[in-house]
Write a new protein. Structure first.
Ligand code: UD2
Ligand code: MN
Length: 350
């Protein structure tokens, strides 16, 4: 009798574990009731509705850490620019102490949203970017991967770290890659309205043709974050690939421009990115009505936006290196995220 009871309890426990495991591995596709282009509920968001990290919440734990003293007369990276003319830090290896940063941010239990679009054949790239993100992206923090896709059933099933989850969101199949790329602003805006505003504190847009190779953590968090494009960080402004036709809302004259930022990685507080996506969506629509498409789609508009609304933090090319450029120069000491070499002809719909 006793052994029967034990067997019964054991089988029950086993069933709970198996069902639990199946449940956690299975991405949430409940929101896929047909491909809805319109958000489920459209909210007008005001400042009070966002999750945010206030400066006074960041508290350094006195007496607990042994960290080197910062020396005002000894720059840590004299070989690169570490501050913009508007006094935003440019993040390079050697400029920050991750222990200090983690000790200030981790007690706040923040959630970071990563928006990744995987439409058409790009769905194949998801496994690699997600697996590598689990090893390097915001480790020790809560992370929500919002995967925008037209094929929810093909999303890889990964065992994620604790506090990390995948949320699938519908995105239509377009037959021009340019359309996919530039509609991202609208879809991020809608997802923020729909749910991200109450689910995350910070948000990043990350291209799916990328792979994380090294630490990419809380040092990258900021109110409004742009990343230097790995092809243009040492170019003069007149050679940036900004939109040069005044007829486009993305127009930047060649006598202006601070840096050339990449469209594959930007972020910030959810509220700041909401404002960014909302603004750029309007500019994109205006261009569309005027029958003009900026040279590099939403990246061109992003550059115009960042010229006007300067990022509060700038990520160095460590944060998006392009493998097509081969090994980075010495001053780029570490590659944290790299864009993969892909066959555009084979992957893109056009
Ligand atoms: C090195 C270079 O020249 N990079 C430019 C190129 O980026 P990329 O060559 O990196 O563009 P891309 O092909 O990665 O497209 C951008 C993103 O859109 C998504 N996607 C795109 C096509 C598709 O069929 N399915 C899909 O899911 C996916 O998340 C992808 O990462 O074009 C972009 C256009 O905005 C930017 O201007 C980039 O600076
Ligand atoms: Mn890309």
């Amino acid at each position: 009798m006793d052994s029967l009871k034990r067997l019964l309890v054991f089988s029950l426990l086993l069933a709970v574990v198996v069902i639990g495991a199946l449940y956690t591995l299975k991405p949430d596709i409940s929101r896929f009731k047909g491909l809805m282009v319109e958000p489920v509920c459209r909210k007008k968001l005001d400042s009070s509705m966002f999750k945010e990290v206030k400066l006074y919440q960041l508290k350094y734990p006195i007496g607990q850490l042994q960290v080197p003293q910062p020396l005002a007369m000894e720059p840590l990276r004299p070989d690169v620019l570490t501050l913009t003319p508007w006094l935003a830090p440019i993040v390079w290896e050697g400029t920050f102490n991750i222990e200090v940063i983690n000790n200030m941010y981790q007690p706040l239990n923040i959630t970071v949203a990563a928006c990744i679009f995987a439409v058409g054949k790009y769905i194949r790239l998801l496994q690699q970017v997600l697996e590598s993100a689990e090893k390097h992206f915001m480790v020790g923090y809560r992370v929500n991967y919002y995967i925008f896709t037209d094929q929810p059933d093909k999303c890889p099933q990964l065992a994620l770290g604790s506090g990390r989850s995948i949320i699938l969101l519908p995105f239509p199949s377009f037959n021009r890659w340019q359309e996919i790329s530039l509609r991202r602003m609208e879809f991020i805006r809608k997802a923020i309205e729909d749910r991200i505003h109450h689910e995350a504190h910070y948000i990043f847009n990350i291209d799916s043709d990328t792979v994380f190779e090294n630490h990419f953590g809380a040092e990258a968090l900021g109110e409004l974050v742009g990343s230097l494009h790995p092809w243009f960080y040492d170019f003069s402004r007149d050679r940036f690939t900004n939109e040069r036709r005044p007829a486009s809302r993305a127009y930047v004259p060649n006598t202006e421009g601070d840096f050339y930022y990449i469209g594959a990685l930007y972020g910030g507080s959810v509220e700041a990115v909401y404002k960014l996506t909302k603004t750029i969506e309007v500019e994109l629509n205006t261009d569309k009505q005027n029958d003009i498409e900026a040279a590099w789609q939403e990246e061109s508009h992003l550059n115009r936006y960042f010229l006007q609304f300067k990022p509060t933090k700038v990520l160095s090319p460590e944060y998006v290196w392009d493998k097509l450029r081969g090994h980075p120069p010495e001053r780029i000491r570490v590659v944290r995220l790299a864009t993969i070499i892909k066959n555009n002809k084979e992957l893109r719909p056009n």
